[in-house]
Design a protein around this ligand. Structure first.
Ligand SMILES: CC(C)(COP(=O)(O)OP(=O)(O)OC[C@H]1O[C@@H](n2cnc3c(N)ncnc32)[C@H](O)[C@@H]1OP(=O)(O)O)[C@@H](O)C(=O)NCCC(=O)NCCS
Length: 188
């Protein structure tokens, strides 16, 4: 299993939060959080785990060899307020690369939970031999996430023009950002 968890972090407003691997028993709590994601945001999710049946199936098939899932949990109530996934490639040639997805509970955004989770996942990734973290963003729609990623040393690597459509059918560009990890990176 994943070593060094739970880890304690504190949000901007002083709430104590534990970072730990997702557990099979977390389905209901995770669904409670994901169900609060606004519909317009759900449209752009690459995998829609807001549907309880899809989430249950995803949890059943969860294989830590390919997906490293971390949750942020309020220490006092046990409520899940952040959900991060690192997706590893099964192919040998891309085993050093992982795709990152982060979702923060709408009521807990701008409290540094996302930043803590991404910093933690950089350490976790290094321990698993990952050298590059890749994240995808939709231009104009996910500008806050792009700004947050930039502050954590993710760099624009590529833009795919007109790759996705919004709910009205208008094209949006896909922005691919990469963070290179270095062996001497230290824990927080
Ligand atoms: C993007 C997301 C993961 C960021 O997590 P977060 O916990 O809200 O962000 P943080 O509090 O760690 O903020 C980090 C930086 O992002 C920027 N930021 C965060 N919220 C912002 C807002 N509402 N407006 C402008 N900038 C903002 C700031 O630069 C901030 O740093 P600062 O507080 O020192 O100024 C979260 O908002 C989210 O889940 N968004 C929807 C899903 C998504 O877009 N996921 C990304 C796909 S991988």
């Amino acid at each position: 299993m994943l070593k060094g968890y739970p880890k304690t972090v504190v949000t901007k407003d002083g709430t104590t939060v534990l970072l730990r691997p997702l557990d099979k028993t977390d389905t209901e709590k995770l669904h409670t959080m994901l169900a609060l994601i606004p519909e317009e945001e759900q449209w752009f999710l690459r995998e829609n785990l807001t549907d309880i049946r899809l989430l249950e199936r995803w949890m059943e098939r969860l294989d830590f060899n390919y997906i490293l899932p971390i949750v942020a949990v309020r220490e006092d109530s046990g409520e899940i307020i952040g959900f991060l996934r690192l997706y590893r490639s099964p192919s040998g040639c891309a085993r050093h690369v992982a795709h990152l997805r982060v979702t923060i509970h709408p009521q807990y955004r701008s409290q540094r939970v996302g930043s803590w989770m991404i910093l933690d996942c950089a350490k976790l990734a290094l321990e698993h031999g990952i050298e590059k973290l890749v994240a995808e963003f939709v231009s104009e729609v996910e500008e806050v996430a792009i700004k947050a990623a930039r502050r954590l040393d993710f760099h624009h690597e590529a833009v795919i023009k007109d790759y996705v459509k919004d709910r009205r059918g208008d094209y949006k560009d896909l922005i691919i950002m990469v963070k290179t990890l270095y062996r001497d990176w230290s824990d927080f």
